[in-house]
Design a protein around this ligand. Structure first.
Ligand SMILES: NC(=O)c1ccc[n+]([C@@H]2O[C@H](COP(=O)([O-])OP(=O)(O)OC[C@H]3O[C@@H](n4cnc5c(N)ncnc54)[C@H](O)[C@@H]3O)[C@@H](O)[C@H]2O)c1
Length: 353
């Protein structure tokens, strides 16, 4: 299955299905005839997985090298970026060669950023292996690392040459990662106006396909996040990011990104209702979709409302006021300048429920 991401300069495909990772070598041979080397960027944990069997160069005359980086979010540092670039230079990687990111969203973000800046840009092929990576992080060209001051504060737009979402890699995900990843899928399902009832017959491939197709459409419409269309993908993220930051400040991994997004989706439905934009049915549908995926949808009891509202107002995508993606009569839209008292009231009710 292929889904096209129609960005202006270099449109590319997302290949989705069982075993598509084995097509990467042929793609390189076909599209990068002058490539001498394919450099896989991954973590030791990912490299240990039974499906880590690319054979990219075999039969195609391309040498394959692996650069290991720390697992998960620890990969997304300027120090890792420097180490990756040093190793690319040591391997004499040229602009004809390709970088291949293999792993969760953290690794594809780092691999994409390294490819964006090494030699002022080499091609990157993404092989996301987590659900968040497949439906979100690896598509759309946003790459970044973190600073102590915050997540994703240093990065670049650098579209991949192709994305291979191999569902066979998902089997080794831990249950928690799998469920958390469904937070982004639930977001896409709701943004597409789908219901809980329609979920009953949906396969995993169909869920990923719907999410990839939505992301591809939105990225093509707003590649550099200038028109506001891309901000729709932040549905559930205003509160979600604030909850993640609060958990991070406590140095806790109690909340995965997708879990925070799920709670953010439940709240966004309630805020839309508090603003008179929608009725109870939207809250009921949202809760039912989140329950189907066994995602959390309750506000943490000990949430400091003043702190969370202050963080939401500072959100780098919020333009310094309270901005949410909300459901309404015309579908979903970005709503800026929401009265902090209304948000606080809805949060209080959400916390007590
Ligand atoms: N660039 C974007 O547009 C974008 C969008 C969404 C998220 N992100 C970024 O993505 C990151 C989150 O991605 P994530 O949720 O994939 O987390 P992650 O990359 O931290 O991976 C989570 C864990 O899952 C493991 N894992 C991944 N695939 C596996 C598999 N197939 N089998 C077993 N274990 C596997 C990883 O090794 C890691 O330990 C964040 O850094 C976020 O900022 C970027």
């Amino acid at each position: 299955m292929r889904i096209r991401v129609d960005v202006r300069d270099a449109p590319y495909e997302v290949y989705l299905g069982d075993g598509v990772r084995h097509e990467v070598g042929g793609f390189i041979a076909e599209h990068f005839a002058r490539a001498r080397m394919a450099v896989i960027i991954t973590s030791p944990e990912i490299r240990r997985q039974p499906w880590f069997d690319f054979g990219i160069g075999i039969g195609f005359g391309v040498e394959t090298t692996v650069i290991e980086v720390p697992d998960g979010e620890a990969a997304k540092t300027l120090a890792s970026l420097e180490q990756v670039c040093e190793q690319l230079a040591r391997h004499q990687v040229s602009r004809h060669d390709v970088v291949v990111g293999v792993g969760g969203g953290a690794i594809t973000d780092l691999a994409g950023f390294a490819a964006a800046v090494y030699l002022r840009g080499v091609a990157v092929l993404q092989v996301p292996t987590s659900i968040v990576g497949q439906v979100d992080a690896a598509i759309g060209g946003k790459t970044a690392v973190n600073l102590a001051a915050g997540k994703n504060l240093v990065g670049a737009f650098h579209q991949p040459a192709g994305v291979w979402c191999d569902t066979a890699t998902l089997v080794t995900l831990s249950e928690r990662e799998r469920v958390a990843g469904m937070g982004e899928v639930a977001k896409c399902w709701l943004l597409e106006g789908r219901t809980r009832a329609q979920l009953t017959d949906a396969s995993m491939v169909e869920l990923i396909e719907l999410s990839v197709a939505l992301k591809a459409r939105i990225v093509a419409a707003d590649e550099f996040e200038t028109s506001g269309t891309r901000a729709l993908l932040n549905y559930g993220h205003t509160l979600g990011h604030a909850l993640e930051l609060a958990a991070l400040a406590r140095n806790s991994d109690e909340l995965r990104h997708g879990e925070a997004v799920a709670i953010g989706l439940a709240f966004a439905a309630r805020l839309a209702r508090a603003l008179g934009r929608v009725g109870d049915d939207v809250v009921t549908q949202t809760d039912a979709v989140l329950d189907f995926f066994t995602l959390p949808r309750r506000c943490p009891r000990d949430l400091d409302l003043d702190e969370v509202i202050a963080v939401m107002a500072r959100d780098k995508k919020a333009h310094h006021d309270l901005t949410f993606v909300l459901a309404g009569g015309e579908g979903y839209e970005v709503v800026a300048g929401i009265d902090a008292r209304v948000v606080r009231g809805a949060l209080e009710q959400f916390r007590e429920a």
